[in-house]
Ligand binder design. Structure first.
Ligand code: UFG
Length: 332
């Protein structure tokens, strides 16, 4: 199979490329290097011993995307490209909507022109907004989102539903990621956000390295076992493997399939700090700070549907996630 991975040099995309190559799929990447680096291509090739074809440019560029489809007989697309920082999206909503919707609409248009009708879309647990219960399954209401990033992902889900309604020969996979952390065991690829990190694990890594003085734990008065926020952290390699299963699922026939991708286990911020310290033998300096606007107390997945329908289940535990994240970051 020849698979196009948009954003294929990014954190999730690079791990997906590795799994596809190890599955003997051919991989074509389009990436604009906005939040990634060209050297990731070499790392992917070093890990797998296989070549990937990379086009540097934007998925919103119709001429480029047309060329990609003309030059490659693409079977399926895994669409990871997009902006993904919640806080930034609140400050720059127009940019977020234009980028996330614009790239997707152009991609879909070019796919239609080339009769490529299989797409897996990187969605997010944030489409559930503030869930009515902490453990979320796919039947929960979506759309009551709390920031433009989440809304843009929700809107794309709606667009994909409309595409399917208009043409029932499409096969569409919507994967709602919970909190991906960790890195490939080689330590060659991982998460490298630009600037000061927003997310918990990248921040912990900077503190552990001594590049930032202290981690602020946002709130210890939530209605959770230790008062800090609870999330469903999932190893990025498990997440990447789910995409292989989704590619197979789409081969079964046309349809629109939606899956939560998480472990089903909720860990608090303090659980993550303690596990990180224990597994890696490093102290993480932290202080309790006020709650962060927009955070919910607890949100974790019910991942049963993905197991039932795709035969996918997360295999790595919290120790693996903390160990592999540090293994990547400590050499940077
Ligand atoms: N947290 C801290 N200190 C920090 C950063 C985070 O205490 O410096 C806490 C948060 O308050 C929260 C938990 O750690 O309780 C996780 O926060 P993250 O920012 O790592 O992740 P979020 O759950 O807020 O959101 C993430 C991604 C989204 C994605 C979503 C999926 O940022 O892009 O998971 O649920 F959509």
């Amino acid at each position: 199979m020849k698979i196009l991975v948009t954003g294929g040099l990014g954190f999730l995309g690079s791990h997906i490329c590795v799994e596809l190559l190890e599955n003997n799929d051919e991989v074509v990447v389009v990436d604009n290097l906005f939040n990634s680096k060209m050297e990731v291509k070499d790392k992917i090739q070093e890990i797998t011993g296989k070549e990937i074809k990379v086009y540097i440019g934007d998925c919103a560029d119709e001429i480029l995307m047309d060329k990609v489809f003309l030059e490659n007989a693409i079977d399926s697309v895994i669409h990871c490209a997009g902006l993904k920082a919640v806080g930034e999206s609140v400050e720059k909503p127009v940019w977020y909507y234009q980028t996330n919707l614009g790239t997707t609409l152009n991609l879909l248009k070019v796919m239609q022109n080339h009769q490529c009708k299989k797409i897996i879309f990187s969605s997010t647990a944030t489409v559930y907004g503030v869930p009515e219960k902490p453990q979320v399954d796919e039947t929960f209401e979506t759309g009551k989102t709390t920031n433009p990033y989440a809304t843009s992902k929700y809107m794309i889900e709606r667009i994909l539903e409309d595409v399917y309604v208009s043409d029932k020969t499409w096969s569409i996979g919507i994967l709602r990621y919970f909190n991906p952390i960790g890195a490939h065991k080689s330590g060659l690829i991982g998460e490298e956000p630009n600037g000061i990190p927003n997310n918990l694990m990248p921040y912990i890594l900077k503190v552990a390295k001594g590049e930032l003085p202290v981690l602020s734990v946002f709130g210890d008065d939530y209605d959770t076992p230790d008062g800090t926020g609870v999330r469903d952290y999932i190893h990025v390699v498990d997440l990447a493997k789910a995409h292989l299963k989704a590619v197979n699922k789409l081969k079964e026939g046309a349809g629109i399939y939606k899956y939560n991708l998480g472990t089903g286990i909720g860990y608090s911020v303090l659980d993550i700090i303690r596990n990180f310290e224990k597994v890696n033998g490093i102290k993480v300096n932290y202080k309790i700070a006020p709650r962060r606007a927009g955070d919910v107390a607890a949100c974790y997945s019910n991942p049963a549907k993905a197991e039932r329908e795709m035969g996918w289940k997360a295999e790595k535990n919290i120790e693996d996630m903390c160990k592999d994240a540090w293994n990547f970051a400590k050499n940077k």
